[in-house]
Design a protein around this ligand. Structure first.
Ligand SMILES: Nc1ncnc2c1ncn2[C@@H]1O[C@H](COP(=O)(O)OP(=O)(O)O)[C@@H](O)[C@H]1O
Ligand SMILES: [Mg+2]
Length: 239
């Protein structure tokens, strides 16, 4: 019985070998193939982390007002919280930045959000808004989709910044909305940043308890890193 015809692939390989031999390259062996991806190639964890970070930083830019586009967190306690929020968001709790007007609370807050984006978290989504804008949004005619939709969106977003809480007049409506929102984020352990000009406690003047009520501040006190941002009013000193 004749040998079966060589497979087409084998025939090609034999011809290929003959050509190489004719050129004196017959005994070149194929070397080991290193096909592990480099850090800048798909498949390498660093490549995918960087892609997530670039995407998250774009989202951060969209959520960030022009004035704070270059904001970087410099306060050690703020950075520590941001690192915790990036690595184990459910354990980070809330971050409350207090201090007088112009000391850099909003700057540190956006800086913290940027720091989280830059670590390339698995899932980055952020809403940043001032408390007055938030309450306007939550009013009955405040948005096309209605207050219930908006409050749920704020409850569920992975990262929330409420800037300047406590500046507005407290009403039953604002108290209720703030409580529902913060209580849900507290229960679900979703990282939340709050800034406020009001101190957490002041016997001689208004503080957060007076403004927000005991129900809310007691929630806050259980899981909040409070960072006092002090120093001069940067808006006045600006050259
Ligand atoms: N670390 C910083 N480096 C550079 N500029 C800063 C820094 N912190 C604050 N600023 C600037 O100083 C001004 C006041 O800061 P801001 O964060 O708005 O203060 P606050 O929210 O405490 O009232 C802003 O124009 C801000 O851009
Ligand atoms: Mg501010």
């Amino acid at each position: 019985m004749p040998d079966p015809a060589p497979l087409a692939g084998e025939a090609v390989m034999r011809r290929f070998k003959n050509i190489l031999e004719a050129r004196g390259l017959g005994d070149i062996e194929a070397g080991p193939v290193d096909d592990a991806p480099a850090p800048d190639e798909p498949g390498h964890p660093e490549y995918h982390r960087r892609r997530r970070a670039d995407w998250a930083l774009k989202r951060w830019e969209t959520a960030t007002p022009y004035r704070y586009q270059n904001a970087t967190a410099t306060d050690a306690a703020v950075l520590e919280w941001a690192t915790a929020a990036a690595t184990a968001p459910r354990d980070a709790g809330f971050l409350l930045l207090t201090g007088p007007f112009g000391t850099g609370k909003t700057h540190q807050a956006y800086g913290a959000l940027r720091h989280i984006a830059d670590t390339g978290p698995e899932h980055y989504e952020v809403i940043a808004l001032t408390a007055p804008d938030m309450y306007a949004l939550l009013r009955p005619q405040g948005s096309d989709r209605g207050p219930e939709y908006e409050v749920r969106r704020l409850m569920r977003v992975p990262l929330l910044l409420i800037d300047d809480l406590g500046t507005e007049k407290i009403s039953e409506f604002t108290e209720e909305a703030t409580y529902r929102l913060l209580n849900e984020r507290y229960n679900e352990c979703r990282p939340t940043i709050i800034t406020s000009n009001l101190p957490t406690q002041d016997r001689n003047g208004p503080d957060l308890v007076d403004k927000l009520g005991e129900r809310i501040t007691s929630r806050l006190s259980q899981m909040t890193t409070v960072v006092e941002i002090s120093g001069r009013d940067r808006r006045r000193g600006a050259a």
